[in-house]
Design a protein around this ligand. Structure first.
Ligand SMILES: [Zn+2]
Length: 276
């Protein structure tokens, strides 16, 4: 989610207050199960009033309706100077760049791309129509993510901590990497049931989530995303990781080897010795 927040901040400077002149759907799978024509009908000639983030979704609030973008694993945004550059480069064989959906503005074109076609761009009449958005819990980067609310959520869940943190309907915005990292910083075993935490432990976890996300966001903003470069990706995030992806390497706190286990079909990295 810090990655999405960084993308939103950059995107805001490019498209907020701009009118969408034309919508092109190159690969209809990127809007599935919606129809490509729905996106064009809803968004063409609409003004982008605000660019926001909710959980891992990017929201483009239009003067009527809204668009949501979800990147999943590899989705990205690409900025073209104009329609000519878009049509010269989009999905052509040589020196081409993969583009699934493009929004044309008076100055510039925003492309959405996901080679693996997991990411999606959707059009909605109103926010309440989007099941993905209405089911989101409290946003972990927002002011609403406060200790009392978090303690309530923790106490109400019998799931293992790692699954609890990934559940977007409780706390929204934490993915696999930052869930592992938060649990490492809080010195908590990812397999423990959420409701087994003492209030003091839950407070520690809340604090860890806030600081892990703040550090990651700092990292994502320096340097900020560059949509002009289709090869661009976030740099240096691996340097702040203490558990994720470090299987077999020494724990930075106690020196024991970091272990990898499967939880809910995803990899969990943690230190068996100092995460209790
Ligand atoms: Zn350790």
């Amino acid at each position: 989610m810090p990655e999405v927040e960084a993308v939103v901040r950059t995107l805001r400077t490019l498209v907020q207050g701009q009118r969408i002149r034309r919508v092109r759907v190159f690969h209809p799978i990127a809007v599935k199960p919606q129809k490509a024509s729905r996106l064009a009908d809803l968004a063409t000639n609409r003004l982008i009033q605000r660019v926001d983030r909710k959980g891992k979704y990017v929201l483009l609030a239009l003067d009527r309706g809204l668009l949501t973008v979800h990147f999943r694993l590899d989705g990205q945004l690409i900025w073209f100077l104009d329609r000519r550059e878009l049509l010269e480069r989009a999905n052509v064989k040589e020196n081409g760049v993969h583009v699934d959906v493009a929004l044309e503005f008076a100055k510039g074109v925003l492309g959405f791309a996901d080679r693996r076609h997991f990411g999606r761009v959707y059009a909605w009449d109103c926010l309440e129509d989007s099941p993905g958005l209405t089911s989101l819990g409290v946003d972990a980067l927002s002011k609403n993510f406060v200790v009392p609310r978090f303690l309530e959520l923790v106490a109400a869940s019998a799931r293992p901590l790692k699954d609890f943190l990934l559940d977007q309907s409780r706390v929204a915005g934490l993915g696999n990497i930052y869930s592992c990292e938060s649990l490492w910083h809080a010195r908590l075993d990812p397999r423990r049931r959420a409701k087994s935490l003492k209030p003091e432990e839950a407070r520690r976890l809340h604090k860890a989530i806030v600081s892990v996300l703040a550090r990651a966001l700092e990292c994502c903003l320096h340097p900020a995303p560059d949509f002009h470069d289709s090869q661009w990706w976030f740099q240096g995030l691996e340097k702040i990781l203490r558990a994720y992806g470090r299987e077999g390497e020494p724990c930075r706190r106690c020196g024991a080897a970091i272990q990898r286990i499967e939880q809910g079909g995803r990899s969990t990295y943690f230190c068996r010795k100092c995460q209790k």
